[in-house]
Design a protein. Sequence first.
Length: 218
Amino acid sequence: MKKKLKKRRLVVLIIVIAILVIAVITLIQSISRLLNGKNTPNMLNSNSNNIGNSLDYKSEYENVIKETKEDFLKMNQIVPDNYNIFAKMYSGEVPTKRLYEKLYSLVYDIIPKTYNDLKGKNQNEIEEYYYKNIDNIKNDLGIDNVEDYIRFANKALEIANNTYVSALMDVNNFSQKGNYTNIDINITYSELSVLFVVSVINNESESDGEPTFIIRVK
């Protein structure tokens, strides 16, 4: 009986050892395959697909934004980046659409006209031009002093025939003073960027003749 029991125990021990050896060999083979990169292609393919999907989404999003901006331009509006934040912060009564139309007029009408009227003129001639056209200038830009206009005119001459690219509202430079809300707007051209301070009146019905918009070069 004792001999049979010993044999059984020996057999069980051999089986257990065999199982352990097989398990160790299998584990070693799995680790070897992993280190040799046999599983890497699937991981790379998966990562590549994820990256590709992300790039496709980003590209599609950028195309939509571009098309939207082009649609606004066709409606004679420039809608700067961060416009939605400004719209939430501005509590006045002037519709933001009018601001976007004013920015379009600034870029495509006022600045080109200023350049065409003043190219080749010196500072004294620019000053004379201001006093001769003071009412039109105030209507276009809201500017009521020669210093601000000369600064604007010099920048318009610098812009010259550069092509408009984009606009951005710097919502970190948002403030309210008196009856006006002020926002910095950076307008980017093909070869330079210009920072404007745009003031939008809050209560136009109580403005007492004050301009709705004041646009200065910062």
